[in-house]
Design a protein around this ligand. Sequence first.
Ligand SMILES: [Zn+2]
Length: 86
Amino acid sequence: MSVTSRKYKPPYFVCETCGKHSDHLRRDVLDLDYNALGKAPLWNCDECYQRKREARLAQTRFARERAPHEGAAHERAAHPPRDPSS
Ligand SMILES: [Zn+2]
C-alpha cells in the first residue's frame, strides 16, 4: 500500500566542518577552483560557511598585498603586449 516513499530522508543535515545539525547546508562553491586538484568541497552550516568565506577573503587580500607585483604581472600577461608581425 504505502511503501512507495520509503526513501531515507534525514530530518536534518550535518555540517561537515563542525558537525552541527542544520536544516540546510551550503556548499562552499568558492572552494571549487581552489580545491580543483582533488579536495571535495564540504557542506557547511551557515556559520562555517561564513567563517570560511571570510578567512578566504582575508587570505586573498593578504596575498595580494604581499605580492602586488606578481598580481600585476599576471594581469598584464593576460593581454598580449603587441602583435610583433604588424
Ligand atoms: Zn558548521
